[in-house]
Structures are given as structure tokens and as C-alpha cells.
Write a protein that binds this ligand. Structure first.
Ligand code: COA
Length: 177
């Protein structure tokens, strides 16, 4: 039996944070960099455990996404991963559910950058693929991010969104989306 709990980064001890980072490094098979871990910090983590073992992680942090002339308060989902031998048992969904509850209560929209394997899970949960061009507000100004086109998902809430319009994220080190 697995259990999911949520906690702010500041409430997690160093050993738990280290276990979450190690899990994500394993889950993403070398495609998980220090910046990716840093992006997952400073918000609320959902942690799935089985006994003393951490088998799943996801977190939500705040960013600004520019769309339709507004700077929207976005809950951005990061570091979603379930240990390979525990996939397909609903743990990914059980991690997302409390984060979506946080989205409903605190944000204008949810957003994330999806991997191909995760698209089905997000779509089944009401997330929508952003169809329009993506960009980032970089130190050099507004810059298109063509690699992210078609891979950004949003969780629409109260604010009207034109999925065919432009969506611009704030700046950060590493992958901007
Ligand atoms: C993506 C990932 C977290 C999913 O974890 P999981 O525990 O296997 O997911 P679940 O078993 O909870 O599946 C969630 C739901 O999505 C559905 N689903 C999953 N993949 C699906 C797909 N390709 N198409 C349609 N539905 C899908 C499942 O049927 C399930 O629906 P249900 O709750 O109604 O039964 C896991 O595959 C993983 O860690 N992948 C590697 C890392 C990664 O890509 N992370 C995502 C980063 S954006």
C-alpha cells in the first residue's frame, strides 16, 4: 500500500529531499539536471511512499505566465515521477490530485512541460495541450521557445485562455518550461 502526503519544501528534512532528488534522477534516467531539481523547490511537494521507501514525487511552484496581456499566477508542476516498478497503479494520478486541488484554490491556471509518456495521464485528468506558440521573457527580451511548442500543458481554471494564442513564461536557469 502506498500513501501520499503533501508538504512545503521547508517542512521536508534533508534526507527526504535527497531521496526525492535521487528518485527523480533514477526516473529520468540521466536527463535530470541540478536546475531541474532547483525548479521543483520552494512550493508544495506530493510524496508517495511505501513503507520507508519513496516511490513517487511531484511538486507545484509559483510562476508568472504571460497570456492575453496579463501576467497570470500559475501553479507550475515539476518533478513528476514514479519509480519504474510501481507505474501503472494509479500513483501518478494520486500525486497529481492534491496538486490540482492546490491549483483550484490558489492559482489562475496550472501549467507544466510534459514528457511524451505522461501526456495521456494529464489529458485524462483535464489538462489541455497548449496549441499556440510558446516563448520566454529572457534577459534579452521575449524569445520564442519552439522546442516547447506542443509540449506545454495547462490546467484551465477561472481565467479565459485562448489555447491557440501565445503563452510566455518567466525566466529561470535551465529549461525555461
Ligand atoms: C508519467 C508517470 C509519472 C505516470 O505514473 P503512473 O503511476 O504510472 O500513472 P498512473 O498509474 O497514476 O496513471 C494515471 C492515469 O493516467 C492514465 N494513463 C497513464 N498513461 C496513459 C496514456 N499513455 N494514455 C492514456 N491514459 C494514460 C492511467 O490509465 C491512469 O488513469 P486512471 O487513474 O483512470 O486509471 C510515470 O510513467 C513516470 O514516472 N514516467 C517517467 C517520468 C516522466 O515522464 N514524468 C512526467 C514528467 S512531465
Amino acid at each position: 500500500m502506498s500513501a501520499v502526503r503533501t508538504a512545503h519544501t521547508s517542512d521536508l528534512d534533508a534526507a527526504t529531499l535527497a531521496a526525492a532528488r535521487a528518485l527523480l534522477e533514477e526516473v529520468f534516467e540521466g536527463d535530470f539536471f541540478p536546475e531541474d531539481w532547483e525548479h521543483a523547490l520552494g512550493g508544495i511537494h506530493a510524496l508517495a511512499s511505501e513503507g520507508n521507501a519513496l516511490i513517487g514525487h511531484a511538486s507545484i511552484i509559483q510562476r508568472r505566465l504571460m497570456h492575453g496581456g496579463r501576467a497570470l499566477r500559475a501553479g507550475y508542476v515539476e518533478g513528476v515521477g514514479v519509480r519504474r516498478d510501481r507505474r501503472g497503479r494509479g500513483i501518478g494520478g494520486a500525486l497529481m490530485a492534491p496538486l490540482e486541488q492546490i491549483l483550484r484554490g490558489a492559482y489562475d491556471l496550472g501549467a507544466l512541460g510534459a514528457t511524451d509518456v505522461a501526456r495521456g495521464m494529464y489529458e485524462a485528468r483535464g489538462w489541455r495541450c497548449w496549441e499556440g506558440p510558446t516563448s520566454a521573457l529572457t534577459p534579452a527580451g521575449l524569445t520564442r521557445t519552439p522546442d516547447a511548442d506542443g509540449a506545454v500543458y495547462v490546467f484551465p481554471l477561472g481565467v479565459p485562455l485562448d489555447l491557440a494564442g501565445e503563452l510566455t513564461c518567466d525566466w529561470r536557469d535551465g529549461d525555461v518550461w
